[in-house]
Write a protein that binds this ligand. Structure first.
Ligand SMILES: [Fe+2]
Ligand SMILES: [Fe+2]
Length: 360
């Protein structure tokens, strides 16, 4: 192991320690094989020096193209972290389905500790280089609207709570609120849940009842208040346009407000037969144009800013075919950062005809 200045780094070297930014965000974890992109990232965040292993990564030296030629999605899918995550996820989903079904009909006693262990065990390294969001984006093969969605929302609530700098206990509670928010859907007939077209008025009335059903099922288990309220209020909106009550901002439970954001994000990025996972910048654009006043201002800003920051310095393709790197986030227009293409800076917030089509 040796300490080198960032200017001495070469592709193929392996980090021997976790590297943090000056604001204490994990930038690159220990054991990462450095490529050009990772080295640029270290320079960008003004990291002066770091410890690297004495040995180069042999795979990298023999086939360096492996790391640089693949698309972003391919790189995520090829990572050991993702493969491990996917394996556990596939194993655990049927067990969770069983648990949720039995909880809903009161055949199983509610154990919050067990549920939490189950959820957090899915993430092998919660501070990993590949974000939970990226991993979930690349796992969209399930045609399932309740069980997988609940796990996704739980994992994303866990990360979201950390972005909001909530305490350890609060983060755990947020995770459980996400996991159990749709438990009332177990009572909704499957043909309505899976109906591909638009719901009729009466079908929609039945769907909306899942909020009460969930609340009642959890109440029987004496679940904590925030968990009850998340099931009841996650479809409420701060501007009063939600259901079941149409209540506004300060009447809505804090945790239900968090779940509401993650719930919509997961629904928008979930699998559709006609497309793969939606580009996160497109999702952010929809949030911004559909009205972020529907959500708690601090929560929605923190959520969207952190998603955009994940893609800082990533290579993107614009709708006119040009390729460049995300170099500056515009806080007033998060879906439209500034892109560096060759030596030109394109401020997408000032170019209404241009947008990011894909992360590559
Ligand atoms: Fe719901
Ligand atoms: Fe949901």
């Amino acid at each position: 192991m040796k300490r080198l200045s960032t200017t001495q780094l070469k592709p193929g070297m392996v980090t021997a320690e976790d590297v943090y930014t000056y604001t204490n965000q994990l930038l690159i974890p220990k054991g990462t094989v450095l490529g050009d992109k990772a080295i640029t990232k270290l320079e960008f965040y003004s990291i002066i020096n770091l410890k690297v292993e004495d040995e180069f990564d042999k795979d990298y030296l023999s086939k360096p193209a492996f790391y640089e030629d693949k698309s972003y999605a391919e790189r995520v899918k090829a990572s050991p972290e993702f493969l491990e995550f996917k394996k556990r996820f596939d194993e655990e989903v049927p067990k969770f389905q069983n648990m949720l079904d039995n909880l809903a009909v009161n055949k199983l006693q509610l154990s919050l500790d067990n549920l939490l262990d189950f959820t957090l065990n899915l993430i092998s390294s919660p501070n990993g280089y590949i974000s939970v969001f990226d991993m979930l984006h690349n796992m969209r093969q399930y045609d399932d609207l309740t069980y997988v969605h609940s796990i996704n929302v739980a994992l994303m609530c866990n990360v979201f709570a950390r972005w909001l700098k909530m305490s350890e206990d609060e983060s755990k509670l947020a995770t459980l609120c996400g996991l159990l928010h749709d438990i009332g859907k177990v009572a909704v007939p499957e043909d309505i849940i899976k109906k591909p077209g638009k719901l009729t008025e009466s079908e929609y009335t039945i769907v909306k009842k899942h909020t009460f059903e969930g609340y009642n099922a959890l109440k029987k288990h004496n679940a904590p208040e925030h968990i009850l309220n998340s099931a009841l209020m996650h479809h409420e909106r701060c501007d009063g346009t939600g259901y079941p009550f149409g209540i506004k901002d300060n009447k809505i439970d804090t945790y239900a407000k968090m779940v509401a954001i993650v719930d919509v994000y997961d629904a928008m990025t979930s699998a559709r037969v006609y497309r793969g996972p939606m580009c996160p910048f497109k999702v952010i654009d929809i949030f911004e144009s559909e009205g972020i006043q529907k959500y708690d201002t601090r929560f929605i800003m923190t959520f969207l800013e952190n998603i955009v920051n994940t893609y800082m310095l990533n290579r993107v393709k614009l709708n006119d075919g040009r390729i460049g790197d995300v170099v500056f986030v515009n806080r007033s227009s998060l879906a439209r950062p500034t892109i560096k293409c060759n030596n030109e800076f394109i401020d997408l917030s000032a170019e209404p005809g241009l947008y990011i089509e894909a992360i590559i």
